[in-house]
Design a protein around this ligand. Structure first.
Ligand code: PLP
Length: 433
């Protein structure tokens, strides 16, 4: 499989080069030259396949011959070694719980897959690589955990001091070893700016082999297809495929689901559920794509004003709006509606959503009112405890902390505090060298 850049000004590359580079040199996103079809029989007999086998069969064509079979099997097995249950909420709506991984959010799947692929590639090249990432919360934890103790990879995570939740901060700062947490006296935008400046420093890039682990990397994006297949395996009415609602920010997750569908997975309709950041819902009304400055909401992992993966969705549909519209809807849900939904679903159905899942739930239940012959699922992208500061005042009770992270919350935070200054970041990186 070869990947082209969506800007079409860079040469095509294989999976290895796309993973190491992250973004194409022309600043486009890598996209597969053909979308493969899953093997005959996989969909008809999906219940007889193990998740491990499904994962291998789906990922194999994308990876091609850049990773040998037995290593790819090991990588996918480690990527998905936690539960991904489909849990009924009402008669018509189920939640696909993507939060049983080590950092309690769906980003674990992509981060675990990417870290292991990159680990394999650097071993092959006999060189060390430094992964540099700025985070506003969930990405950093998933990347830290995914890359922890991966040989040959040093990870440097920048986060804005005092602006991530306490759970998120522990997930970033307590691992140690090859994971370095830089606590920046500034905002998330400052962190991102520092990372950008360092990436353009040619001299430093010659010394250190720098790469990024953000969500446009194909090795983070593509494995997100897997749980859509696992969901269908658990779906009872195979002849009436689900409407799938995906809480969306950068649109990587939903785009992976659409890719799975094009590969053969039955899905009735996709809903991209957004908060007040409504660039894509507006596009679906006006056909005009107008990026905006992100506004802060209570579902903050979706506070994105210019969703980087949306171009990949347009690419799948060959930029044909009519085609897109048939399969894809996008709506914007306010914070007030999110709060009411979270509270009501707990009271009526005894199911605790997180704020992102609540956005997805409301979007789905509105859609199903118009199409009562269908049923659907919402992707629960994070455990409610990750956003306990938002959730607890809404429901008026404490969110129990899952056993898997209780110990980590007791560990001591270890971070290096630095000013919002790219020169300081540069000298930190050189000290690792
Ligand atoms: C990252 C994230 C999202 C948004 O996912 P995209 O792939 O960027 O659309 C939604 N919910 C949670 C909890 C997240 O961490």
């Amino acid at each position: 499989m070869l990947y082209y850049s969506t800007n079409k000004q860079s040469p095509t590359v294989n999976f290895k080069a796309a993973t190491i580079q992250g973004q194409a040199p022309d600043k486009g996103l890598y996209f597969p030259e053909q979308i493969p079809t899953v093997p005959a029989g996989l969909i008809e007999n999906i219940e007889s396949y193990s998740n491990e086998e499904i994962a291998y069969l789906v990922m194999k064509p994308y990876v091609g011959d850049t990773i040998p079979e037995e290593i790819l099997r090991k990588i996918v097995n480690e990527t998905i070694n936690f539960e991904i249950p489909l849990v009924p909420i009402t008669e018509n709506i189920a939640a696909l719980e993507l939060y049983h991984g080590p950092t309690l959010a769906f980003k674990d799947v992509g981060a675990r897959f990417m870290s292991r692929c990159l680990g394999y590639f650097v071993q092959e090249e006999h060189r060390k690589v430094t992964v540099l990432v700025a985070t506003s919360g969930d990405t950093g934890g998933a990347v830290a955990n995914g890359f922890y103790n991966v040989d040959g990879v040093e990870v440097v995570i920048l986060y804005p001091s005092g602006k991530v939740s306490s759970v998120q901060e522990k997930q970033l700062t307590t691992l140690g070893n090859n994971i370095h947490a830089l606590e920046v006296n500034g905002t998330f935008d400052d962190c991102q700016q520092m990372v950008k400046e360092v990436f353009t420093d040619e001299e430093l890039n010659k010394q250190l082999f720098l790469t990024s682990a953000n969500s446009i990397n194909v090795a983070r994006w593509l494995p997100q297809q897997l749980y859509y297949f696992f969901a269908f395996k658990q779906w009872k009415e195979k002849s009436n495929p689900p409407v799938i609602s995906v809480p969306s920010g950068n649109f990587g997750n939903i785009c992976a689901g659409i890719l799975a569908h094009i590969s053969g997975l039955p899905v009735t309709h996709f809903i991209a559920a957004c908060n007040a950041n409504d660039v894509v819902p507006s596009f679906m009304l006006t056909e005009k794509y107008e990026p905006k400055k992100a506004v802060a909401t209570i579902s903050n992992a979706m506070d994105v004003g210019n969703p980087s993966n949306f171009v990949r969705i347009l690419e799948i549909f060959h930029h044909d709006f009519k085609n897109l519209e048939r399969l894809f809807t996008s709506v914007s849900i306010s914070d007030a509606e999110t709060r009411v939904t979270l509270k009501e679903v707990l009271e009526k159905h005894k199911y605790l959503l997180d704020p992102h899942g609540a956005v997805g739930y409301l979007a789905l239940s509105r859609y199903l009112e118009n199409f009562p012959e269908h049923k659907g699922m919402v992707l629960e992208t994070a455990h409610p405890v990750k956003f306990f500061d938002v959730v607890e005042p809404i429901i008026g009770e404490e969110v129990p902390v899952p056993g898997s992270i209780r110990e980590q919350l007791l560990l001591e935070k270890k971070s290096t505090v630095i000013p919002a200054d790219a020169a300081k970041l540069k000298s930190f990186l050189q000290s690792l060298g």
